[in-house]
Design a protein around this ligand. Structure first.
Ligand SMILES: Nc1ncnc2c1ncn2[C@@H]1O[C@H](COP(=O)(O)OP(=O)(O)OP(=O)(O)O)[C@@H](O)[C@H]1O
Ligand SMILES: [Mg+2]
Length: 679
């Protein structure tokens, strides 16, 4: 260590705008050899040199602010010659907007002996600079007071810190007001370090509640593996970032679909221990996608049904012709043999098969909505009773069918044929579910009142309830889920087509009702159908009536059908009922016959679709040739004809396949009506 030296230090601290001392400026001058009365002249010279060559602005002023001395740096910075500065009021050098602060500065320094701050001064050439000063009071031996001033230029420093602050504010606003959720996450622990408001809003949390959670806690458990896998890739450096769509758990456990983008936070170009997650709520889009998928599935299903409908419509015509021929011939064959004849059993079996085929065609047509509905206000009890009567005849005796009809079952607006079909389909399934050929089917019909819906809502509250309960093998949950799907069957080929319940479902839905099923393997099944009640009084019940004997009659029938085998069978049936029949195989032929002698026929029975003139064309022409001649239209395609049949003189439509009884009823009914009209 060398000898001690005495140093004069002129020092000033430097502070930034937050008033933290950032540097200490000092000018040191050795005064080891200064005498007791002060500096030697050479010392004073050196000292002056030090002050004069300082880059900082050094001055003195009196207690009113008048400058007493300035150094060269002040001269240079302010742009005025020293002699014009000395004697000038410091306040005048401040920019006008800050001059009012000068009194407070003077007061502070005089009260406290020092003052520290920033003065904004304007130089001679109009340049504005910020000077950070640290001034102090000096008391003179004569009691006078002067102020020492030391200041340095902080213009650049203040501008940079102002810009930094503005930039921070911009980024904070970006974070807080972003339209996407932003979360900073501690990578090792997964803890949420900071979340913006949008993030909390997406998840339905209060901002402060969310900040205490870890990000993994927010993941919908089934989506956690996906997140972990992608996060693993990110941490391994396999990907620089990732974007994934997954569900997060919102407040209260609701799941929220988000598009999540995760990237590591970089510090100085290297990865830090934090990562950032940006999330966008895509719940609405996901919902729309789900709805679109559902609609597409429905559309595909509808197109499938449409195709089946077209196909069914196409073959139904031919099938019904064939079936009418079969049934007619079977009935005719029966007429030719004694009931006790050995062939009767074969005829019965053939007829049962033909009727089952008839049923199948009707099911397909109904399923493809080709069968027109004929709704009326009806009581369901007779329809159900009628269906059960038919079933009883065809089921093995060991299967009991019990009917429980409650009187108060309400009147409904329904197509009795369709309701009949529903009962038949449910009961056929119930019977088929009985493996052992023994069992019991219970059918209930009663009224049920549903709890009132919202006040003012116009939903029906009263329903007719049909319940079909069986003691069959029941179903497991997976089967139960699919039973109403078209073509879903667990039965062997030939035994089930999987249409029964979908037809029933379609019918019930069209009636504004519901159909539900309950079942367990080995415990039988219960099907429940609800059809809304109507206020209209019941019309005559149109359920299938009990078979009655055919009605015999007489008269001259002109019969037109291009199907030769069918025409032959039907004409024989008509003859067996007492009518004289002329058969034509085309509309032109028939018209020619009538033209020959327009009085030679009492009734015309014509097929609808034929090559050349259709049944409708024939009716129209007959109307012209012989007004009032009754026409019966037979059709194998049970679709709407789209014409006003009565206006064409068509008094009845007889759907194929028809049997002898239906034919007899049609012809005799029309003839009776014609006679009455004529008389
Ligand atoms: N009462 C029941 N008991 C047990 N299973 C039933 C019952 N009703 C329906 N099912 C199940 O539902 C399936 C679908 O029934 P659905 O009536 O639609 O078609 P299907 O009976 O198989 O054929 P189809 O009725 O066209 O002849 C059946 O194959 C059967 O597995
Ligand atoms: Mg079935």
């Amino acid at each position: 260590m060398g000898p001690l030296r005495k140093v004069l230090v002129l020092a000033a601290e430097s502070a930034n705008d937050t008033r933290l001392v950032t540097e200490l400026r000092a000018l040191g001058y050795e005064v080891t050899h200064a005498g007791p009365h002060g500096l030697t002249p050479s010392d004073a010279d050196l000292y002056r040199d030090l002050v004069e060559n300082s880059y900082d602005l050094i001055c003195t002023h009196d207690i009113e602010g008048r400058l007493l001395s300035v150094n060269a740096a002040a001269e240079k910075a302010l742009g005025y010659p020293r002699d014009t500065l000395v004697g000038r009021h410091l306040q005048d050098l401040l920019v006008p907007e800050t001059r009012h602060l000068f009194d407070a500065y003077l007061a502070e320094i005089l009260e406290q002996g020092s003052a520290h701050g920033v003065m904004r001064m304007c130089s001679a050439d109009g340049q504005i600079c910020d000077w950070e000063y640290h001034n102090s009071e000096r008391r003179l031996p004569d009691g006078g007071r002067i102020i020492r001033g030391l200041a340095h230029d902080v213009t650049e420093q203040l501008r940079a810190s102002r810009e930094l602050r503005a930039s921070e504010q911009r980024f904070r606003a970006l974070f807080e007001q972003a339209a996407v959720g932003v979360a900073y996450i501690d990578t090792p622990t997964g803890k949420l370090l900071e979340v913006n408001h949008k993030c909390a809003q997406i998840l339905g949390y209060a901002d402060e509640d969310l900040a205490s959670l870890s990000f993994e806690q927010l993941l919908h458990p089934p989506d956690l593996p996906l997140y972990e896998q992608r996060m693993g890739q990110l941490l391994q450096g396999e990907v620089p970032e990732f974007v994934v769509e997954l569900r997060l758990l919102g407040q209260g456990g609701t799941s929220v679909w988000v598009a999540l983008s995760v990237s590591p936070l970089l510090r100085g170009g290297a990865r830090s221990s934090r990562h950032m997650a940006i999330m966008q709520d895509i719940s609405q889009r996901k919902l729309a996608e789900q709805q679109r998928e559902m609609l597409e599935a429905q559309l595909r299903q509808a197109q499938k049904m449409e195709a089946i409908g077209t196909l069914a419509g196409g073959i139904a015509h031919d099938f019904n012709n064939l079936l009418t021929t079969m049934l007619a011939n079977l009935e005719l064959a029966r007429l030719d043999v004694e009931p006790s004849h050995v062939v009767t059993a074969s005829l019965d079996a053939a007829e049962a098969a033909a009727r089952r085929a008839t049923d199948l065609v009707r099911q397909i047509l109904m399923f493809s909505r080709k069968q027109p509905a004929r709704r009326a206000a009806i009581a369901l009890a007779p329809v159900v009773a009628d269906s059960v009567r038919l079933l009883r005849a065809s089921l093995p005796a060991a299967i009991a069918i019990e009917l429980h009809l409650e009187d108060e079952a309400p009147v409904v607006l329904a197509d009795s044929t369709q309701i009949h079909q529903v009962v038949m389909n449910l009961c056929t399934n119930a019977w088929q579910a009985m493996r052992s050929e023994r069992g019991r089917i219970d059918i209930w019909l009663d009224a049920v009142v549903m709890p009132a819906p919202r006040p003012g809502a116009e939903k029906p509250t009263r329903f007719a309830r049909l319940r079909v309960e069986d003691t069959g093998e029941g179903m497991d949950a997976r089967t139960l889920e699919r039973i109403f799907e078209p073509f879903f069957t667990t039965k062997t080929a030939g035994r089930g087509s999987g249409l029964g319940l979908s037809v029933a479902h379609g019918i019930v839905k069209e009636h504004g009702g519901t159909i539900t099923a309950r079942s367990r393997t080995g415990e039988g099944s219960v099907f429940e159908v609800l059809i809304p009640a109507t206020d209209t009084a019941a019309a005559e019940v149109t359920g299938e009536s009990a078979p009655s004997s055919p009605l015999f009659g007489y008269g001259r029938v002109l019969y037109i059908d291009d199907e030769k085998a069918l025409a032959a069978a039907v004409s024989r049936m008509l003859e067996s009922l007492g009518y004289s029949v002329t058969v034509c195989h085309s509309g032109d032929d028939a018209i020619a016959r009538v033209r020959e002698n327009c009085q030679s026929f009492d009734v015309v029975l014509t097929d609808l679709s034929m090559p050349g003139l259709s049944g409708i064309d024939v009716a129209r022409e007959l109307m012209r040739l012989r007004p009032g001649l009754p026409v019966i239209l037979t059709s194998g395609y049970a679709d709407r004809i789209g014409q006003d049949l009565a206006a064409l003189g068509i008094c009845l439509r007889l759907d194929k396949p028809f049997d002898r009884r239906a034919l007899s009823e049609a012809v005799s009914g029309v003839l009776r009506h014609a006679v009455r009209a004529a008389g």
